[in-house]
Design a protein around this ligand. Structure first.
Ligand code: ADP
Ligand code: MG
Length: 242
């Protein structure tokens, strides 16, 4: 069975039909880029996979567990699915170390020394070992986003969802964040990323999923799909972003 399985998922916001029967299977170790115009449902798709949004029809199973928004399920899910957002979402009143230790301590009930050991190891991994006691505001955007990645990794997730995590960064800071993602991909982490970084999608990603009007309009091997789009919609989209 695939690590992530979506079966005919429909999502509505009131009367607005946002996801219109999404089928998607993602295997362990795959790097999948989700692309598409603003409003096509990319963020909603990720939020449904993470239990942050309810869906009304169909099913989502991650690592053998059905995804629902019920409280206990969401907590369990937090152990399988990590998510990183465009605006970092670090707690400003906590140090970098405290930010990373929070969920392992509260959700996984790790003792403090163990949470600290994990936090330091994850910070090393993203190249910020010396920032443990810094406050987020003292860091650059790229560094903050790398802390957010370390925080997600501290929960030892099976899959990492990234929603436009480089879109808010100054151009010169994008590379350091993509480099961390590339390293994770090499280590076998399963990554699902909403991104506008077509070079990354092509060079690091295995597969591209093009969303249009709430549907998976086209998907396939990243090289093939980006160099040889089949639908007019994807041709237009690629023309607009490249
Ligand atoms: P994308 O990430 O591809 O830009 P979204 O998933 O954010 O798309 O949005 C898909 C559609 O759902 C859009 O029409 C958007 O306006 C709508 N939408 C997103 N979030 C909400 C919400 N919380 N309430 C109502 N409508 C929403
Ligand atoms: Mg979005």
């Amino acid at each position: 069975m695939a690590l992530v399985n979506l079966d005919q998922v429909h999502k509505y916001y009131g009367d607005l039909h946002v996801l219109k029967g999404i089928d998607l299977k993602i295997n362990k170790g795959e790097v999948v880029s989700v692309i598409g115009r603003s409003g096509s449902g990319k963020s909603t798709l990720l939020r449904c996979m993470n239990g942050l949004e309810q869906y009304q029809e169909g099913g989502i199973v991650v690592d053998g567990k059905e995804v629902t928004t019920e409280d206990i399920q969401v907590r369990q899910l937090a152990m399988s699915v990590g998510m990183i957002f465009q605006n970092f979402n670090l707690f400003p009143h906590m140090t970098v170390g405290e930010n990373i230790m929070l969920a392992p301590t509260i959700v996984l009930k790790k003792p403090k020394y163990e949470a600290e050991r994990i936090a330091r190891a994850m910070l090393e991994k993203v190249g910020l070992g010396e920032k443990f006691d810094s406050y987020p505001e003292k860091l650059s955007g790229g560094q903050q986003q790398r802390v957010a990645i370390a925080r997600a990794l501290a929960m030892n997730p099976k899959v990492l969802l990234c929603d436009e995590i480089t879109s808010a960064l100054d151009p010169e800071l994008v590379g350091e964040v993509l480099k961390v993602l590339e390293q994770l991909a090499k280590e076998g982490m399963t990554l699902i990323l909403v991104t506008h970084e077509m070079n990354f999608a092509r060079d690091v990603g295995n597969r591209v999923v093009f969303m249009h009007q709430g549907k998976v309009w086209e998907e396939g091997d990243s090289n093939t799909l980006l160099s040889n789009p089949q639908t007019d919609e994807l041709k237009q989209f690629i023309g607009a972003v490249l």
